[in-house]
Design a protein. Structure first.
Length: 207
């Protein structure tokens, strides 16, 4: 009888673990992640730039709809598809890469509509200034990556900021104060899936 009770308790504990999985850690895939911006140029056009070196991690609990996001952007990876302009943008008037080599985004407030992530409420640090920024999710996907077999997420999101609030005031208003930010992220489970545990062998107990 004691063995039967022990097996029953073990089964209940396993069922409890299935109903609420622990938060999972995901690493941002730098090969499929980028961050960029668009800014108005003298009322004539929207000019763009992109940061190609983005890293970070995500801690996500899908059951409770909670998590944490940490993103680091290498400011020197900025490209606007025109080398002369890139050098200007990396200088003191704009991103001042020599003094501020990294931009970062941190968030711990995630908003869902059902199973769909809709907003990420966090803070952006730019030029040493940290201010709240809400990312509005335009695309959200969750699947097993067929190439790696790892649990993976994909997100596209955007936000608007005023660059002057971060101390970037050069050429206002010829270059607009309002800047559209956008980011595309793929993140994969930090550790490989564990092999399924072996089933428990039930041995009949003596009465």
């Amino acid at each position: 009888m004691r063995m039967r009770i022990t097996l029953l308790l073990a089964g209940l504990a396993g069922a409890a673990n299935l109903t609420h999985a622990a938060p999972m850690s995901y690493l941002i895939d730098p090969a499929h992640t980028s961050a960029g911006f668009e800014v108005g140029h003298m009322g004539l056009s929207l000019q763009h730039g992109e940061f190609t070196q983005v890293s970070g991690s995500i801690l996500l609990d899908p059951d409770t709809r909670t998590g944490q996001v940490q993103v680091s952007i290498d400011a020197s990876s900025l490209s606007s598809d025109y080398p002369t302009r890139d050098a200007h943008l990396k200088g003191e008037s704009f991103f001042n890469v020599a003094r501020f080599p990294t931009l970062s985004y941190s968030a711990s407030q995630l908003k869902y509509d059902g199973d769909k992530l809709t907003e990420i409420d966090g803070t952006l640090t730019l030029l040493g200034v940290t201010r709240p920024v809400v990312l509005h999710v335009t695309h959200f996907a969750h699947a097993i990556n067929p190439m790696t077999g790892r649990d993976s997420y994909g997100v596209n999101a955007d936000a608007w900021i005023k660059r002057s609030e971060f101390g970037m005031t050069a050429y206002l208003p010829l270059l607009s104060d309002d800047v559209n930010l956008h980011i595309a992220v793929e993140a994969a489970q930090a550790t490989p899936p564990q092999a399924a545990s072996q089933p428990l062998a039930l041995v009949p107990a003596a009465d």
